[in-house]
Write a protein that binds this ligand. Structure first.
Ligand SMILES: Cc1cc2nc3c(=O)[nH]c(=O)nc-3n(C[C@H](O)[C@H](O)[C@H](O)COP(=O)(O)O)c2cc1C
Length: 206
């Protein structure tokens, strides 16, 4: 292996982190001009803390959803599968300022008790988030949020565990959508697992 930089091309300070989750963030404001439920496609998102469970999304201030979330201080992060891929792209190029994306795409808002943002009924899973901190970064503003509750489609549960093997989730890498392969390469910690554990965990999969 050549351990010099000769095999690499410098491409500058870029956001080339891949693959990324791509999600549909659902939200709704409270004032009349922001009240129509909306969906925005977001790739700048990630889990940032497990206890308390927290995530972040980064939005440009010109987004309609930015104003809605600023007003309601909450949003849902909806995971997306293959069947939602086209809608995901569409919600990333059309603004809720001009159209009702739920209606146009024949998607359905799911209203949750005591929560000021709808979820996406067609999503395989969603996380209900409440904003805890807002930080202007430059082109994007970071919304740090506490995950208050999460829901997963019951068909994706097995033995009381979430099993995403058959969820057909999609990811995003450098401008393209990709399927997340259902065949697992290993479980968390498999590289250091004892033979007995490996055997048990692998047998369970079959
Ligand atoms: C794959 C993809 C990922 C995107 N990620 C983000 C993002 O992380 N933050 C953001 O502000 N806009 C992002 N966008 C752009 C918005 O989704 C887009 O501007 C959308 O039309 C805004 O809708 P709104 O005006 O209803 O809020 C993304 C678009 C696509 C297609």
């Amino acid at each position: 292996m050549d351990s010099t930089l000769s095999g690499f091309t410098p491409i500058g300070a870029t956001t080339l982190l891949a693959p990324l989750p791509v999600v549909l963030v659902s939200c709704q404001g409270t004032s009349p001009d922001l009240r129509i439920p909306n969906l925005i496609t977001v790739a700048w998102t990630g889990i940032v803390c497990s206890n308390p469970p927290m995530l972040s999304i980064s939005l440009k201030p010109q987004r309609h959803s930015y104003r809605q979330i600023l007003e309601s201080q909450c949003f849902c992060v909806n995971l997306v599968d293959r069947s939602l891929c086209r809608a995901t792209d569409y919600c990333g190029v059309k603004s809720g300022r001009d159209i009702n994306k739920f209606e146009t795409l024949d998607l359905h808002p799911l209203y949750l008790p005591d929560f000021d943002a709808p979820a996406l009924a067609e999503a395989p899973a969603f996380l209900c988030c409440r904003v805890s901190e807002i930080k202007e970064l430059g082109s994007h503003t970071l919304f740090l949020a506490n995950i208050k509750e999460s829901y997963v489609r019951t068909t994706l549960m097995s033995d009381r565990q979430v099993n995403l093997e058959n969820a057909h989730l999609i990811s995003y890498a450098h401008g393209q959508y990709y399927p997340v392969s259902p065949s697992s390469l290993g479980f968390f910690g498999y590289s250091v697992a004892r033979k007995k554990t490996l055997k048990r965990r692998t047998a369970k999969k079959r």
